[in-house]
Every structure is written in structure tokens, then in C-alpha cells.
Design a protein around this ligand. Structure first.
Ligand SMILES: [Zn+2]
Length: 224
């Protein structure tokens, strides 16, 4: 009996030690200048001519060709778990982002806002061109089949769907992270987006998920 307990204890300590070792190795070897850790936000903008190599996935959406295989593995696993995902919005060009922003500004002006007020209000929810992670081709906004059928845009209620829950719990296994978590706004400058996932590679995703970090916090940690 005592021997069995001892063996169990050794196994548990072994697992803890192995996980700790893996974590430290991830931090040591992670390199913020790798393509899959490309940081794009309001302080780190892309040039207007930045265009990745693109591959079309489902629903006419495109991603950086290098992340397509992990994307397909993830969506196939989700489907098997009964959480069919629909690609809502993947790669968006600089010009498309500019159009999205302009449409948002114009609709506010149409409601009577001044040009300045309309612009600053629109920028609360829409990124400036060059500051959107969608231009990297490494991010995807997901929809449920029901949302797609209804012609709906992304919604906050995605978090409560089977799809949203599955992604939040499992995407890291495929190298994807929930990019804008709840309470992450101080570092990401963007409010909670339960539908927006970003490829960072398996080891980075595992570390970020298990240590509850944002991409900005992780990059700061490995750049020290
Ligand atoms: Zn998005």
C-alpha cells in the first residue's frame, strides 16, 4: 500500500516537473520576431502594402497559407465535438479595413454626429487600417451556422454557444488563442471578443492559455 502511494507521488512530481521544464523551455526558445508571433495593434501597425500568402478556407474567407493545416485540424475536431464552426472573417486587406472604418463613420454622421465625433466613436469598435490583426491573415472571427444563416455579424453571445465554449477550451491545442480575453483590455486595447482567434503556434498557445496571458503580455515576457 505504502509502495503504491510512493509510486503515485513520484509520477505526480514527475508530471509537475516535466510541465515546469516545458514551460521554461518555451520561454527560453520563443522568439518574438517569429512570423507566428507577429504583433499587430494600435501601437504596432502594418504597412498598407503588407499582404501575406493567402489560401481560401471555408465560406470564402482567406488565411495565411501557413496556418491553414492547423485551422483545418481545429475546425474538424470542433465539428466532431458537435460544435460546427463557420469562418466569419479571416484576412482583411488594408483597403478593406479602411472601408469598414469609413462605413462606420458615415453611418454615425448620417445619425447627426459631427465628423470628428463620428470618427472617434467609430474607432472605439473598429481598428484603424494597419492596426487590425486581420491584415496578418493569422486571425479568424468565427460564427455559428445559425448566425451565418441569419446573416448575422459576430456577436458577444458567441461566448455562450457550444462553438464559443469549445474554442475557448480547446483552440490552444491547435496553436490558436482567444486573442482578446475578458479583462485583457489594459494590454490589448480591445474589449473582450469571444469570436476572434489568432494563430501563434502550439507551444506559444499552450503557454499563453495555461498562464492566462494576452499576446502582448506574452511577448513582453519573452522579450525580457
Ligand atoms: Zn476579429
Amino acid at each position: 500500500m505504502k509502495k503504491t502511494l510512493l509510486v503515485i507521488l513520484i509520477v505526480i512530481l514527475g508530471i509537475i516537473g516535466f510541465n515546469w521544464y516545458q514551460s521554461t523551455q518555451t520561454l527560453k526558445t520563443a522568439n518574438a520576431s517569429e512570423w507566428d508571433l507577429k504583433l499587430v495593434n494600435v501601437n504596432h501597425r502594418l504597412d498598407s502594402n503588407f499582404v501575406p500568402n493567402l489560401t481560401t478556407v471555408d465560406n470564402g474567407q482567406q488565411l495565411d497559407s501557413r496556418v491553414v493545416s492547423s485551422y483545418e485540424k481545429m475546425t474538424t475536431a470542433a465539428k466532431s465535438a458537435g460544435a460546427t464552426l463557420v469562418a466569419g472573417s479571416g484576412y482583411r486587406s488594408y483597403a478593406q479595413q479602411e472601408q469598414v472604418l469609413n462605413r462606420n463613420i458615415e453611418s454615425r454622421e448620417a445619425k447627426g454626429m459631427s465628423a470628428t465625433a463620428a470618427r472617434s466613436d467609430a474607432l472605439k469598435t473598429v481598428n484603424q487600417p494597419g492596426a487590425s490583426e486581420h491584415q496578418t491573415g493569422l486571425a479568424m472571427d468565427f460564427l455559428t451556422p445559425r448566425e451565418q444563416k441569419a446573416g448575422s455579424d459576430v456577436t458577444q453571445s458567441f461566448a455562450k454557444t457550444k462553438q464559443g465554449k469549445w474554442l475557448a477550451a480547446n483552440s490552444w491545442k491547435y496553436g490558436w488563442i482567444l486573442r482578446y480575453p475578458e479583462n485583457g483590455k489594459n494590454s490589448t486595447h480591445i474589449s473582450y471578443e469571444s469570436w476572434h482567434f489568432r494563430y501563434v503556434g502550439k507551444r506559444n498557445a499552450s503557454y499563453i492559455y495555461h498562464h492566462h496571458l494576452t499576446l502582448e503580455q506574452y511577448i513582453a515576457k519573452i522579450s525580457n
